[in-house]
Design a binder for this molecule. Structure first.
Ligand SMILES: [Zn+2]
Length: 196
């Protein structure tokens, strides 16, 4: 799909359903890729307003702000993002944003040395999207590695939300689900939504 067409689709998703955080996130990411940094920053800020728990959004927003020449805001965003990534155990995003801060000559925020501080109890799972323990799914939703990944990292409520979001994505983008390419795209959206 061409960039402009994708951006248009995400823009439509975001305006049809302003509370759809994934639409704002995907729109922001597509705008960032296309070089429209101000619009990207606006969309990514909306995504954070809807869900402040997705560390990847801070990473992208920080990049957009750097491109706009706003170093102080980029540093503030990366610093906040490191905190989110740290709480949620998103090691990859955390290290990436720490590296950005270092490159900018900004001080590194205090972080925990290892893993999530909160441990999931009996029948619970540490949900990557909520950033805290929640009720576990009864069984993996698919018989694939992706199904296992969801089962071990997603609470029941977020999985229900993801199904709702996934249905919107299929309808909005008119994905032909028999097409492996479309299946891949759906997986990617779900993955981003669940912060996997
Ligand atoms: Zn959850």
């Amino acid at each position: 799909m061409a960039d402009a067409a994708r951006i248009e689709q995400f823009r439509k998703m975001a305006s049809d359903d302003p509370t759809n955080e994934l639409a704002h996130f995907s729109l922001g990411k597509a705008l960032l890729d296309s070089g429209d940094y101000q619009a990207a920053a606006d969309s990514l800020r909306r995504a954070i307003g809807l869900n402040a728990n997705i560390s990847k959004v801070y990473q992208l927003l920080g990049q957009a702000l750097l491109k706009l020449g706003d170093q102080p805001s980029a540093i503030a965003t990366f610093t906040e993002g490191v905190g989110v990534a740290d709480r949620r155990g998103d090691l990859l995003n955390k290290n990436d944003m720490l590296a950005c801060l270092k490159e900018l000559g900004a001080p590194a925020p205090e972080t925990k040395p290892t893993g999530p501080a909160v441990v999931a109890g009996e029948g619970e799972v540490f949900c990557r999207r909520c950033g805290r323990p929640g009720p576990k799914l009864e069984k993996p939703p698919f018989r694939s590695a992706f199904g296992q990944e969801i089962y071990h990292n997603t609470c029941t409520k977020c999985w229900k939300d993801a199904i709702g979001m996934g249905t919107k994505v299929i309808n909005e983008l008119r994905l032909p689900m028999a097409d492996p390419q479309a299946q891949k795209m759906w997986d990617q959206h779900i993955r981003e939504f669940l912060a996997l």
